[in-house]
Write a protein that binds this ligand. Structure first.
Ligand code: SAM
Length: 279
């Protein structure tokens, strides 16, 4: 029995409790309502009917799995549509409007599939590699990508990204490497830069961003031979907060010493003087 079926109250009920049950089922249904059409205006893009169905199916499946494994709290109504879907897609406005472009993308520390699954649904020609070190999450993602009919375009890896970054199948192979809520910017840069092609971009999805953050990131980018391409600010609809995209690109090939061994990027972020001397 699926999550939403299990929530449907089927027992014979007295009149009052029947009304309560109907109200409960109605409110449950509204958790999975498609959003108002105007929501998509911020992206200058609109999903096709089948993409919209896939987003709704994804929401239902994630709610179902969330009963067993604590994945995320952003799965109901606008929390899902704004906090997960729009938040995943706004940095890709350009790509959304060139849907025929073939892109090889990787989502690092994908968790329950954001931004990667939202991108896979929205860009029909994109190949997605979703990486996470937690097997519980990647097993769920495998089931979900099959249910969504996306498994021919989605490759799911259970591993630490420090290892992926040295695997020649993945190193330097991506048009777009992205990460949301995985680590601080200097650490995330060390995870992403080794994965991009010479012409590729790395997208760091950030909430707050200021000059100190930028200064620290620049110090980490020097040894990675990378630079900031642009910083973009965005207000999520319905007052859900300010977001920043930090788009990075390579200046020259990333030295093969990066990423450093598992755990080191996080323990000793690049760019911190005393830390570099220790390594
Ligand atoms: N990106 C998702 C999102 O925004 O909802 C998940 C964010 S969650 C806070 C961070 C995820 O990154 C976790 O699932 C964790 O297992 C994964 N992670 C952290 N460091 C990692 C590493 N070095 N290699 C692979 N996965 C990592």
């Amino acid at each position: 029995m699926t999550f939403w079926q299990s929530q449907t109250i089927k027992e014979p009920l007295a009149k009052n409790s029947l009304r309560t049950a109907e109200a409960f089922n109605m409110s449950l249904q509204s958790c999975f309502n498609k959003p108002n059409d105007s929501l998509w205006e911020v992206l200058h893009w609109h999903p096709s009917p089948s993409q919209l169905e896939q987003f709704v199916t994804l929401q239902k499946l994630l709610n179902q799995f969330n009963e067993q494994v604590n994945l995320t709290r952003l799965l109901k109504k606008d929390d899902y549509w704004v906090g997960q879907i729009i938040d995943s897609l706004w940095p890709l406005k350009n790509e959304l409007n060139s849907p025929e472009k073939v892109l090889n993308c990787i989502d690092v520390g994908t968790g329950c599939g954001f931004p990667g699954l939202a991108v896979a649904i929205s860009l029909p020609k994109a190949q997605l590699t979703l990486v996470d070190s937690t097997r519980k999450k990647t097993s769920i993602l495998k089931t979900i990508s099959t249910e969504l009919g996306l498994n021919s375009r989605i490759n799911i890896l259970t591993q630490r990204i420090e290892a992926t970054g040295h695997n020649l199948t993945y190193r330097g192979k991506f048009d777009l490497a992205m990460a949301r809520a995985v680590a601080d910017a200097p650490v995330t840069a060390e995870y992403l830069i080794p994965l991009i092609k010479p012409s590729g971009k790395a997208f760091l999805f950030k909430g707050r961003w200021n000059q100190i953050d930028e200064k620290e990131l620049l110090k980490a980018l020097a040894p990675l031979k990378a630079k900031i391409n642009r910083v973009q600010r965005f207000e999520l609809p319905l007052n859900r907060g300010t977001r920043h995209l930090i788009c990075l690109e390579a200046r020259s090939p990333c030295p093969t010493t990066y990423p450093r061994p598992i755990g080191i990027p996080n323990k000793r972020p690049l760019g911190f003087q005393e830390v570099d001397n220790l390594f």
